[in-house]
Design a protein around this ligand. Structure first.
Ligand code: HEM
Length: 242
């Protein structure tokens, strides 16, 4: 059963995301909190440490201060929710509001404190290809199929020159969660104004991954079904439950 707290936070997140049209960055804040997880030693994951320096200042997190400030406004109104839950719920509500799949959400992640910040370099480098993506995502406990499906989150939002050095959205409808990312990356070159990261094109480097990109490009229902499962797993990486 959804608690009154979750209902209230969801409503406020939805209103904020609609008003600011900030779907992409809200998805990214949850991903970057969770994506530091290491299954080797259990460090990192969905524990809210992104709110602390030095993690907040890691290169990969440039620009996420905007999303964290939005989350702080919600936290001020609902101090009972943990940051760890809030970052994940922001991500999930943004995807749902953009027309994406409903992602099961379990409330109750405990916040970790500043000494639990992870070292820099745990999040993927957009200039690199499959061997690097495997190093990073296998460390979190994901497989190749999950790398492909989770990359589909780039259907939302955009890159910004002053944050990552890359520029522009992946699709022509960056506030709509659909399978257009997969259709776009299959094109030889990006359509005018759109972006292909090297790490996006990496998904076409090997036949099994490329076949999955083609499946998702032609079957949005399958994309949504697989995406919801992988994103739920992402949102619970390393979580310590109250
Ligand atoms: C596969 C490895 C990945 C790499 C190398 C990567 C890299 C990047 C880069 C360079 C940006 C641009 C940041 C900026 O300039 O603002 C970005 C944006 C974004 N990423 Fe990824 N990403 C990856 C996977 C993911 C995953 C797994 C998710 C979510 C599940 C995700 C969600 C997003 C979203 C929503 C944005 C848009 C942010 C905005 O609109 O401000 N990414 N990513």
């Amino acid at each position: 059963m959804v608690s009154e707290l979750e209902k209230a936070v969801r409503a406020d997140l939805q209103a904020l995301i609609k008003e600011k049209n900030c779907h992409g960055i809200m998805v990214r804040v949850g991903w970057h909190d969770a994506g530091t997880y290491s299954k080797e030693d259990g460090t990192g994951g969905s524990n809210g440490t992104q709110r602390f320096a030095p993690e907040s200042a890691h290169g990969a997190n440039t620009g996420l201060d905007i999303a964290r400030a939005f989350c702080d406004d919600i936290k001020a109104k609902h101090p009972e929710i943990s940051y760890a839950d809030l970052y994940q719920l922001a991500s999930i509500v943004a995807i749902e509001d953009a027309g994406g799949p409903v992602i099961p959400f379990r409330m109750g992640r405990k916040d970790a404190e500043a000494p639990m910040c992870t070292p820099d370099g745990r999040l993927p480098d957009a200039d690199k290809r499959m061997p690097h993506l495997r190093d990073v995502f296998y460390r979190m406990g994901f497989n190749d199929a999950e790398i492909v499906v989770l990359s589909g989150a780039h259907t939302l939002g955009a890159a910004h020159k002053d944050r990552s050095g890359f520029d522009g959205p992946w699709t022509s409808n960056p506030n709509t969660f659909d399978n257009s990312y997969f259709k776009e990356i299959l094109k030889e070159a990006p359509a005018p104004g759109l972006l292909h990261l090297p790490s996006d094109k990496a998904l076409l480097d090997e036949p099994e991954c490329k076949a999955l990109v083609e499946t998702y490009a032609s079957d949005q229902a399958k994309f949504f079904e697989d995406y919801a499962k992988a994103h739920q797993k992402l949102s619970e990486l390393g979580a310590v439950w109250a």
